[in-house]
Write a protein that binds this ligand. Structure first.
Ligand code: DGL
Length: 267
């Protein structure tokens, strides 16, 4: 049976389009409704109460738009609001933390895993909790990297300034001999090249976008809601504001042109 209803994906802004890109690679037939809260981004320096309130509103919006499953593509919202959403939502809600942590535990050889993310994600210790739950011998070291989101948004993906900032954030992690680094933020995959230059040789970078896409496929199979028709799925995007250079930034995250974008004034 083909379940034609869309997958609902949300993020604080456009960064979650990296998850949409991974989803479209692995599940090309699935239609996607994407919600980017561009008027209220960033979430990374907001309180848990506010992040939970915004996440609840967006989840309702996606359910009203017929979503069969919700993906919290935002690491910050996954870290601070996922449990609450899962307890109060009738359809499955999947976040990015557990799939990313799973992937990291599989990748590490020396059990030393580094995590980078927004201030809110790092303060929540959500990745640490998920990693230890999988393997209690894992040692973690984490670092908030607040400047990396604006750099990625501005398209500053290389050069001396970016190298210096990334080096500043990554050096303490290298000192702890990590062999695996979780890119715990939607925006960091765009900075993968510069990050990989700054980590010690052989450190594996974990981009949770691909891991979460695989977890969604497994979930849809399990609940018998996969769309296995032969047609390519559609992508509809909703945002709360059209920011400057919206298309340029969006395309960079999605790796394809963004069409069918609608502005939502009231959620
Ligand atoms: N989407 C957020 C995350 O993955 C980054 C941007 C923000 O701070 O809202 O944590």
């Amino acid at each position: 049976m083909a379940d034609l209803r869309p997958i609902g994906v949300f993020d604080s802004g456009l960064g979650g389009l990296t998850v949409v890109k991974a989803l479209r690679n692995i599940l090309p037939n699935e239609s996607i409704v994407y919600f980017g809260d561009t008027a209220r981004v960033p979430y990374g320096n907001k309180s848990q109460e506010l992040i939970q309130e915004y996440s609840r509103e967006i989840t309702h919006f996606l359910i009203k738009n017929d979503a069969k499953l919700i993906v919290v593509a935002c690491n910050t919202a996954s870290a601070l609001a996922l449990n609450e959403l899962q307890s109060n939502t009738s359809i499955p809600v999947i976040g990015v933390i557990d799939p990313g942590a799973d992937e990291a535990v599989k990748a590490t050889n020396n059990n030393n895993i580094g995590i980078i993310g927004t201030v809110a994600t790092i303060s929540s210790k959500a990745y640490e909790i998920a990693l230890i739950r999988i393997n209690k011998d894992i040692q973690t070291i984490s670092h908030a990297c607040p400047l990396l989101v604006p750099l990625a948004e501005e398209g500053w993906l290389a050069g001396d300034v970016v190298n210096a900032i990334v080096k500043h954030y990554i050096s303490p992690l290298n000192d702890k001999k990590i062999d695996t680094l979780i890119l715990g933020c939607t925006h960091y995959p765009l900075l993968k090249d510069v990050i990989s230059k700054q980590v010690s040789n052989g450190t594996v970078l974990i981009d949770s976008a691909a891991a979460v896409a695989r977890a969604i496929k497994v979930k849809l199979l399990e609940i018998n809601q996969l769309n296995n028709c032969n047609e390519l799925g559609t992508l509809s995007c909703f945002v709360t504001d059209i920011p400057m250079r919206f298309e340029l930034v969006g395309q960079r995250f999605l790796g394809a042109p963004m069409d069918h974008v609608q502005t939502v004034h009231e959620i």
